[in-house]
Design a protein around this ligand. Structure first.
Ligand code: PA5
Length: 425
């Protein structure tokens, strides 16, 4: 499902010299002996997830599709990005589904929140609030506003049927509310941190509601688990990519620029930025993850990549089989001078843009490129992809000797903001 090409990385480092370190870390991951090992529940998740809850997720997804025109998915960070990445990647842009998904709870923007309230005024609505703590301010603020909206619109009894809660089993501010109101609820497991939680009800319920076959997601996840269960660097391409990130960092590259060529993969890059950035960026260490969407951004950021500071390498994620394709049409005249493309597929055109850029950035710009080709963006492919990137991240973060599973730095802004907002501690 994933083809890795390291032949454009401008380094002659022999990756096999890292085999002993990879083997050591592989055992740390699988035997759960490394830093933050309480959060390694994702490693065995394809074999350990709760099938009964999974079936409830599927049923709730169906029910949401029957009862709503709009599903509000209310969450932020790890409780948001995975679901959005999955739904956009798998369904593609501008799909004509009868259920529209609107992501809320990820901003304080008065304009965004007010406009959404006005937009949904006359629509049938359901909400899935997703928060492990229940106290994340952006999410709690939006949940109060949209819960009030739903209660006012439908009354107490019907509103209970339209509110779905994904939260901690026992702790947090949402669980007591679930117990009081008897909302349908799903569990965020203790052993899986926010940025890994797309494979739990956090990501699976919004996906199921969006009409995605989540059995296929889990099948892809399991296949990747099996394919990547070896410590052998010759065959485990997730580990090859993980090692190469550290090798390129040693050559002075401090930025990893994720590059996509499909607008519906922008949120895969956003999800990756959190996965890598929040996991590695601590103790003064880590690569800065950034992203561009080409060819759009070749007309803006392309200049910097080609000729700017030599601080970055690119990780280019392409898709072999797109969701849609069409041939470029003939026209009544060639006044636009585009006839040279008549009969060519648009996907082929996109591929030539990628190949031309690769040559420009690597050969002339001297920017190392790691190439990742996805077979497709199916539900199965998405499940495979997330496990692949989890493995890459775990290996390369442990190579930095940081705890990949905590995020102590995100508390600092909250402390200051709460003081300004007058929140009692
Ligand atoms: O990765 C993380 O842990 C964070 O991004 C959290 O998911 C995010 O802050 C949301 O937290 P919560 O689910 O408690 O609302």
């Amino acid at each position: 499902m994933i083809k890795l090409d390291l032949s454009h990385t401008l380094t002659d480092t022999d990756l096999s010299s890292y085999q002993a370190e990879v083997t050591r870390i592989h055992h740390m991951i699988h035997e759960k002996t490394g830093k933050g090992n309480d959060f390694l529940g994702w490693v065995d998740w394809p074999n350990t997830y709760d099938q009964e809850e999974f079936n409830r997720v599927k049923e709730a997804g169906k029910r949401i599709r029957e009862q709503a025109e709009v599903l509000l998915v209310c969450g932020i960070g790890g409780s948001y990005l995975g679901a959005r990445a999955a739904i956009e990647a798998i369904k593609g842009p501008y799909d004509k589904d009868s259920l529209e998904i609107i992501y809320v709870g990820n901003t304080f923007s008065s304009t965004a929140i007010t406009r959404i309230l006005k937009y949904i005024e006359d629509k049938e609505v359901a909400i899935n609030v997703i928060s492990k703590s229940g106290s994340t301010t952006e999410t709690a603020l939006a949940f109060r506003i949209f819960k009030e909206f739903i209660e006012k619109k439908y009354g107490e009894a019907e509103s209970i049927k339209r509110i779905y809660v994904t939260t901690d089993k026992e702790r947090g501010l949402l669980r007591p509310l679930v117990n009081e109101k008897h909302y349908e609820s799903f569990i965020i497991p203790d052993s899986i941190g926010g940025r890994f939680s797309v494979i739990t009800p956090v990501g699976l319920l919004p996906m199921a509601a969006a009409g995605i076959d989540i059995d296929e997601v889990m099948r892809g996840l399991k296949q990747a688990q099996q394919d990547l269960s070896t410590d052998d660097l010759n065959t485990n391409s997730a580990y090859q990519y993980g090692v190469m990130r550290r090798v390129l960092e040693k050559t002075g590259k401090n930025v990893e620029m994720f590059v996509t060529y499909e607008p519906h993969l922008v949120y895969i890059a956003e999800w990756l930025k959190q996965l890598y950035g929040e996991s590695e960026g601590k103790e003064g260490k880590g690569l800065l993850p950034a992203s561009v969407n080409n060819s759009t951004d070749l007309h803006s950021m392309g200049q910097f990549v080609q000729e700017g500071t030599k601080c970055l390498f690119e990780t280019v994620i392409t898709v072999k089989n797109p969701i849609e394709d069409m041939n470029f049409p003939e026209a009544s005249s060639n006044i636009d001078e585009m006839d040279y493309l008549v009969g060519k597929s648009l996907h082929w055109v996109n591929e030539q843009a990628f190949k031309g850029t690769l040559q420009a950035h690597v050969e002339e710009g001297k920017v190392p490129n790691i190439l990742i080709e996805l077979e497709d963006t199916s539900a199965y492919g998405f499940g495979y992809l997330v496990y692949y990137f989890f493995k890459v991240l775990a290996l390369s973060a442990y190579m930095l000797d940081v705890n990949p599973f905590d995020q102590p730095g995100v508390e600092v802004y909250k402390r200051n903001m709460f003081k300004l907002l007058g929140k009692e501690s």
